[in-house]
Design a protein around this ligand. Sequence first.
Ligand SMILES: Nc1ncnc2c1ncn2[C@@H]1O[C@H](COP(=O)(O)OP(=O)(O)OP(=O)(O)O)[C@@H](O)[C@H]1O
Length: 291
Amino acid sequence: MIDIHDMTFSYGDSLALKQVNLHETEPIIMGLWGRNGAGKTTLMKLLSGQENPNGGQIRVNGISPYNNNNTMKEVTYIQENHPFSELWNVNDALRFGSYFSANWDQALADELVSLFELPRKKKIKHFSKGMQTMISIVIGLASKSPITIMDEPTNGLDAHMRKLFYDVLLDTYEEQPRLIILSSHHIDEIEPLCEMIAIVDNQTITRYEETESFKMQGIILNGPKNAIDELTTGSTILEERKLGNQVHVMLDVPYNEDWIARAKLAKVNIEKAPLQDYLVNITSKKEPVKK
Ligand SMILES: Nc1ncnc2c1ncn2[C@@H]1O[C@H](COP(=O)(O)OP(=O)(O)OP(=O)(O)O)[C@@H](O)[C@H]1O
């Protein structure tokens, strides 16, 4: 479905992506996580054919996507704060979506507009931020495109609407599996949906792994300095804080029976590092400490 090999892209003289590699043949839900400016949006633009790489290769369903009419039919890209015309209401936006999507499902679009309680006649520019996100979601899901890319799809949604979004996305995905790519800075908002997560950091994809494997990784230890020092010898420390004789560290190791037993023996408190904190630390500019 997508195959990216040593791809590089610059905006003029400014390098945005370098040596990107990503290969996915299955219709899965993929998360794209990275910090501000990491290159997520640029990668999504390249996948949807809006930009042309300067080097390397990108293939979407076997073809180079840039300026390719076939890509336009097969890939739907919903940008963050999608720029709807000032004049449009919901019906206009849906008509626009239907023009560009070969698999457009009008019944689903109507169902989602009702579910999200979006007023059909009100101008979209007068919608709240969450409502604007919802109409973008409707267009993304009703497109039923083989490759559907959504930038920050939970932006502005409250907990209730986010839950609705999860439910409808999974329902439509189960009905018709396709490659759905969701980007976010907040991993917790997309992680429940994603089978695989790609980490975009320092202008490239540094890791592409199963969500479950990321969720296993990273532990936090709290305890006396000497006990922590002994336990952490040989491990990579991602974060360290001291309070008197007490030390708090995050290690880049799996949260497993072995570490739970070692911590118990050393009388040190152990817990799983929150996924978002773990990812922030592994993409931090500061060098991790190897003890
Ligand atoms: N049109 C542009 N012209 C020049 N530089 C750009 C342009 N768009 C993005 N960039 C630069 O490319 C880099 C990657 O930006 P990009 O928008 O892809 O990051 P991002 O991961 O989506 O960030 P965010 O999470 O903040 O939206 C940044 O350094 C950014 O300043």
